[in-house]
Write a protein that binds this ligand. Sequence first.
Ligand SMILES: [Zn+2]
Ligand SMILES: [Zn+2]
Length: 270
Amino acid sequence: MKDLIMVKNSAQKRAARAHQKSRPGTSLPEALRAVDTRGTAVLPPVAADPAVPWFQSVPRRRTTCLLCGKRETVLSYSNDPSDLGRVAVYCDNERCDVRTVEVVVVRDGDLATRQRADVRVLEHFVGGPLHDPAVVSEHDDWIPGAVPWIRHGEHRYVECLWCGDETSRRSATDLLADTGRVQMYCENADCRVRETEHVVLRDGTWQTDERPDVRSLRYIDEPPIFRRGPDGRSRGFVYPRDSAIFAEDDKVARRVSTDPVDWEAAAFVR
Ligand SMILES: [Zn+2]
Ligand SMILES: [Zn+2]
């Protein structure tokens, strides 16, 4: 391994770096093995896995925030890369109150997607006007209750988080009354995704925290031992958050589960 890293041949090193760039996650020794001393590829380049969302395939990528319209959306620290049906994003724009947005594929031609617990939750709780209508001042780009930027024009396209093409537009079934949730549709025929729900999970307001759809998504993600009843009290002994519970917990298994959802408990989760 060591002799591979200490390669002096700059053509090979350059080619290896380029190879690494084209295939995120490749280590330098691996990349060096993939090119010869003249910098020619000796292994055929492997195409990016089409199942992996484009937005999470390269770190520090930015895209347009559907709420404020600024190119300040980054991958959220809470994103779980093992869930290929979901991407968590974060708006970095200080003039936009949006923090985390959960993006869930709700239709992609795969029946299993329709049966996921989180997809059924979003179908069950369709959302609605949770905030009073608001108008953004000259100091803001978006505040809760304001009309999302994507709804201001009829023909606005943004990059699809799965295929990366600028083919994502508002879906025909996007619910205009709900300013905290937008449904998008990808027009790219080569993209596996058709409709995605973009749910504002956090914007610093209690109205958003208490939305039944937001609560239900949190309910699914929380290890069952942390769940609280309608009285706000935990049903079990709550261990410190940094305990081994999170390490052993499999929230993605609960997200994709086809088991019935306890709607009432889900909507009451704190
Ligand atoms: Zn924003
Ligand atoms: Zn797409």
